[in-house]
Write a new protein. Structure first.
Length: 271
């Protein structure tokens, strides 16, 4: 099995405990790979890791000596580990640098987006990737603030967004969608997802399964269309599986999860 993104190794642990012979954990975050290796050290050679972006998963599998897999798991979005480390800059509830890079040390950071994008482009990113109806108002507030001095911290950005939009008592934080949008832009998450899906399907042997856990409609829409249109796959889920009340109560961050699965057709099987 290929577990990408492996994160702290929770899914990999369940797979190995459940009898999967070997798991290759893929992640673009070197810190996550180190922690997963420590957590799963008892499994010895049954667990291996490769650092890679989604868009290079076929190459990563090759470097691990894998040409075919019985399954590929894609757990999309930001991990709990990344959210819980203010220094990574993903969260809007604690002060941290405007970073948001999943790889940790590669590419542009969130500060580049909020301080350098033209107002119209910033509004587009927030609207398209955050599905935020107040995108123009938020972009305007950010541009006005950065003319005084560049934005440098997550809490500063969160305050600016919160001051630009109406909010409901007890509702989600008003900056949630904006932070999601900027994170997606920084990491090119939708482009990475579109690139990984055909590679993942190509790695499956007949009867192998592709499982994707998405966390918002943009990701889920890409996965749904790919599974529908990919002739080598047979969908196993007509609608995405959602967590039940018990799971959501135990793990509130799972509340938006949407799981879709498909199976690689065997050679003689028709469409």
């Amino acid at each position: 099995m290929i577990d990408a993104t492996v994160g702290l190794g929770g899914h990999a642990l369940a797979l190995l405990d459940g009898g999967v012979r070997a798991v290759v954990g893929v992640d673009r975050d070197a810190s996550a790979l180190r922690r997963a290796e420590e957590r799963l050290a008892a499994f010895g050679p049954r667990f291996r890791t490769i650092r890679s972006r989604f868009s290079a998963i076929a190459d990563a599998a090759g470097r691990a000596g894998v040409t075919e897999a019985d399954g590929v798991l894609l757990d999309l979005g930001v991990s709990s580990m990344q959210l819980d480390e203010p220094a990574r800059g993903f969260g809007f509830r604690a002060a941290g640098p405007l970073d948001m890079r999943m790889g940790g040390d590669e590419g542009p950071v969130a500060a580049d987006v909020v301080n350098n994008y033209p107002e119209e482009e910033l509004a587009r990113v927030i609207f398209e990737y955050g599905e935020e109806r107040f995108s123009r108002r938020i972009a305007g507030a950010i541009v006005r603030a950065r003319t005084r001095s560049p934005l440098q911290s997550t809490d500063e950005l969160a305050r600016i967004v919160a001051g630009a939009v109406p909010s409901k008592r007890g509702g989600p934080h008003p900056a949630r969608r904006t932070f999601q949008a900027i994170r997606i832009e920084v990491n090119q998450e939708l482009e990475e997802l579109a690139a990984v899906l055909p590679q993942a399907a190509g790695l499956l042997r007949g009867g192998g399964r592709l499982v994707v856990i998405a966390y918002h409609s943009l990701e889920d829409r890409i996965v749904k269309r790919f599974v529908r249109d990919e002739c080598t796959l047979r969908p196993l889920t007509k609608k995405p599986l959602r967590p039940g009340a018990e799971e959501t109560a135990e793990n509130p961050r799972a509340r938006s999860a949407r799981l879709r699965a498909a199976e690689r057709r065997v050679a003689e099987e028709g469409p």
